[in-house]
Design a protein around this ligand. Structure first.
Ligand code: ACM
Ligand code: ZN
Length: 549
C-alpha cells in the first residue's frame, strides 16, 4: 500500500475509533529531549471523566498526582479524580516500580489509556511534565476544553545527571515570595531539580535569623544603588526585603511538591558587607561598614581570627539547617580578598597558631571549620571553585564557575563537581551581540547555542566524569531589578540547560532543539512568562534571507 493510502486509511480509522477528529493532537516536541520516544498512530482523548489511577504507589506519588490533576483543573472544570486499583481504561494508570531508577519513567499513551511506570514519585512527576508538553498550551492559562487529544507515544526516559540546577541571586535585587515560586515553576517545567538560592551578599542579607535581628533591620536594606556599571551616580531608591522563616518553609514545601530541592547559599568568608554593617564586630577592623550600594568585590570580609565570627556562623546555621532538608548547604567561598586579613592582628595570630602558610590557607581553615560544623549536623558543603585554593576536604563539592578548569581539577582529585562555567551558563551575560538592543547586562556573551553546547564531562575519563554530579546555570541580579527581566534572561536559555542536564550527549542536536523550542515558547506565552525571542528571530531572518536568494 502506498504511504498516501496508508495515511488516509489510518485517518479514516481514527475518525471512527480514536475520536481525534474534532481536534487533532499536538505535535510531540518535548524539552528536554527524552532518551527514547516513539510516536504511534492514534490518540487518547482525555476528558473530565479521565481518572488518575494509582496501580502501585508510594507516599511520594501524592504530590505528583496532585500537581497534574490541578494543572488540568481550570481547563477541564475540576481536578482529575484520583483512584486506586488495577489498570483500567480511560485512566492515567500510575505504577511505581522499584525496578526502575528513581528518576526514570516510562510513559505510554494509547487509544484506551495512559500508562506511567516510574521508579518513584519524582519519576512520575517527570512523566507528567512530558505529558504536559503534549497537551495544548491552553491548559496553562485555564482556557476551557471539553476534551484533550493526546498523541499516542511510547517514551522511556531518565536524566543524564542527578543534579540539574538553577541559581537565583536575590541579594543584588530582591524578588518576593510569589516570584520565587514562579521561578520554581519554571524549573519544574524543565525537569530541573535543584534551586540554588543565593541568600546573602554585600548588597543585602535576605533570610531571617532570629538570633541576629540586625541582619534584617540593617542588613536587608540599602538606601540606594549605583546607576549602571558603577557610574558614580546613585538612583535614590531603596532596595529592601528578606524572607521570614515562615516564608522560607512555605517556599521549601512549594519546591518539594515539585520534587525540587532548595540549596541555600550563605556566603563566607567574602561578600560580607551586609552582615558586617549589621554586626561590625564580625569584620577585622570593626567598621563602620555599610550595606553595599556598588557592585564588585570588596576588601571587608569576615574576620578569620576572632572566635565570635565562628560563633556567629554556627548560630546562623543552627537556624538554617532545620529550614532546608537539602543534604547540601552552599557556603560560597568565592572572591574573598585577603587585604584585611594581612593587616589584622587576630587573623595573623590565627595563621601562627594554626601553623598556616599564608592567607590562602587561612581561607581554607575558615571553610574547613564551617564544613566540620555542618558535617557534624549531617550536612555536606558545596563551595565555589576558589575553595580548592589552600586545600579542600574530600567531602566538599566544588561548583566550577571560572570555566571548567576548577571542576576538572577537582574531579581528577576525587571531589564531586557541579559544572557552572561562566562562559557557558552565566545567564546574566548578554545573549545577543547586538547589545544596544538588549537591557544592560554585566557583559559577556552566552547565546542559547553556547549554553546548549556545554558537555559537563568534557576532558574527563569515565571514572573522573562520574564525579560530575551535574550542571547548573546561574543568574546574578546586579542588573536585573524586575522579575520579568529574570525571565527574559533565563528563558529559553534554561531550556538549553535542561537538555544539557537531562539528555544524553550523543542525542543532543541543536538544530532539532531549535525545531522544538517554538512549541515550548508558546507555553511560556500561555503562562505569561517573559522570554527572549532571538532564536525565533534567527529563524525568521534565515527564512527571509532564503527567500531573497
Ligand atoms: C561567582 O560568580 N562569583 C561565583
Ligand atoms: Zn581578622
Amino acid at each position: 500500500m502506498k504511504i498516501k493510502n496508508l495515511l488516509s486509511l489510518s485517518m479514516f480509522c481514527c475518525i471512527l475509533f480514536c475520536n481525534c477528529n474534532t481536534t487533532p493532537p499536538q505535535e510531540v516536541n518535548i524539552i528536554p529531549k527524552p532518551v527514547n520516544l516513539e510516536i504511534k498512530e492514534g490518540c487518547f482523548s482525555l476528558t473530565p471523566a479521565t481518572v488518575i489511577n494509582v496501580v502501585a504507589g508510594s507516599e511520594d506519588l501524592e504530590a505528583a498526582n496532585r500537581y497534574f490533576s490541578e494543572l488540568l483543573s481550570a481547563s477541564l472544570g475540576a481536578p482529575l479524580a484520583i483512584t486506586e486499583g488495577t489498570a483500567q481504561k480511560k485512566a492515567i494508570n500510575v505504577t511505581v516500580s522499584p525496578q526502575l531508577k528513581p528518576e526514570s519513567y516510562e510513559l505510554t499513551v494509547d487509544q484506551q489509556a495512559i500508562h506511567i511506570t516510574a521508579g518513584s514519585g519524582k519519576g512520575v512527576f517527570y512523566a507528567y511534565q512530558s505529558l504536559r508538553q503534549m497537551l495544548p498550551v491552553e491548559i496553562e492559562n485555564g482556557t476551557p476544553l471539553k476534551k484533550i487529544n493526546i498523541q499516542n507515544v511510547s517514551i522511556k526516559d531518565e536524566p543524564r545527571f542527578g543534579y540539574r540546577g538553577m541559581m537565583l541571586d536575590v541579594c543584588r535585587h530582591f524578588f518576593p515570595v510569589e516570584d520565587v515560586k514562579t521561578y520554581i515553576d519554571m524549573l519544574a517545567l524543565h525537569k530541573l531539580d535543584r534551586f540554588h538560592w543565593h541568600l546573602t551578599d554585600d548588597q543585602g542579607w535576605r533570610i531571617e535569623i532570629k538570633k541576629y535581628p540586625k541582619l534584617m533591620e540593617i542588613g536587608s536594606t540599602r538606601p540606594e544603588t549605583v546607576i549602571g556599571r558603577n557610574s558614580g551616580e546613585y538612583d535614590g531608591t531603596p532596595v529592601e526585603g528578606y524572607y521570614t522563616q515562615e516564608e522560607i518553609r512555605e517556599i521549601v514545601q512549594y519546591a518539594a511538591d515539585r520534587y525540587i530541592t532548595i540549596i541555600p547559599e550563605i556566603e563566607l568568608p567574602g561578600h560580607a558587607s551586609a552582615a558586617l554593617a549589621s554586626y561590625p564586630y564580625l569584620g577585622c577592623t570593626g567598621g563602620p561598614y555599610e550595606v553595599e550600594k556598588l557592585w564588585g568585590v570588596f576588601d571587608d570580609v569576615f574576620c578569620a581570627g576572632k572566635e565570635t565570627t565562628f560563633q556567629f556562623f554556627e548560630e546562623v546555621f543552627d537556624e538554617i539547617i532545620p529550614l532546608f532538608p537539602s543534604e547540601y548547604i552552599h557556603i560560597g567561598g568565592d572572591e574573598c580578598p585577603k587585604t584585611r586579613w594581612k593587616n589584622c592582628p587576630d587573623c595573623q595570630k590565627r595563621i601562627r597558631q594554626e601553623k598556616l602558610k599564608n592567607e590562602a590557607e587561612l581561607q581554607s581553615y575558615f571553610v574547613h571549620r564551617i564544613e566540620n560544623y555542618l558535617n557534624s549536623k549531617g550536612k555536606k558543603i558545596i563551595g565555589w571553585d576558589e575553595i580548592l585554593e589552600g586545600g579542600i576536604s574530600q567531602t566538599a563539592t566544588i561548583m566550577s564557575w571560572r570555566g571548567t578548569q576548577g571542576g576538572i581539577r577537582a574531579a581528577k582529585q576525587g571531589n564531586q563537581v557541579v559544572m557552572t562555567p561562566n562562559n557557558y551558563v552565566y545567564l546574566d551575560y548578554y545573549q545577543s551581540k547586538d547589545t544596544d538592543k538588549e537591557p544592560l547586562a554585566i557583559g559577556g556573551y552566552v547565546p542559547v547555542d553556547t549554553v546548549y553546547s556545554l558537555n559537563p564531562t568534557a576532558g574527563l575519563n569515565e571514572a573522573e566524569a562520574a564525579k560530575v554530579i551535574g550542571v547548573q546555570a546561574n543568574l546574578w541580579s546586579e542588573y536585573i531589578p524586575q522579575f520579568s527581566h529574570v525571565q527574559y534572561m533565563t528563558l529559553p536559555r534554561m531550556a538549553a540547560l535542561a537538555e544539557v542536564a537531562w539528555t544524553p550527549n550523543s542525542l543532543k542536536d541543536f538544530a532539532d532543539f531549535k525545531r522544538r523550542i517554538p512549541a515550548l515558547m508558546k507555553r511560556y506565552e500561555a503562562l505569561n512568562y517573559n522570554f527572549a525571542r532571538h532564536l525565533l528571530a534567527t529563524e525568521t531572518q534565515t527564512a527571509a534571507e532564503t527567500e531573497t536568494k
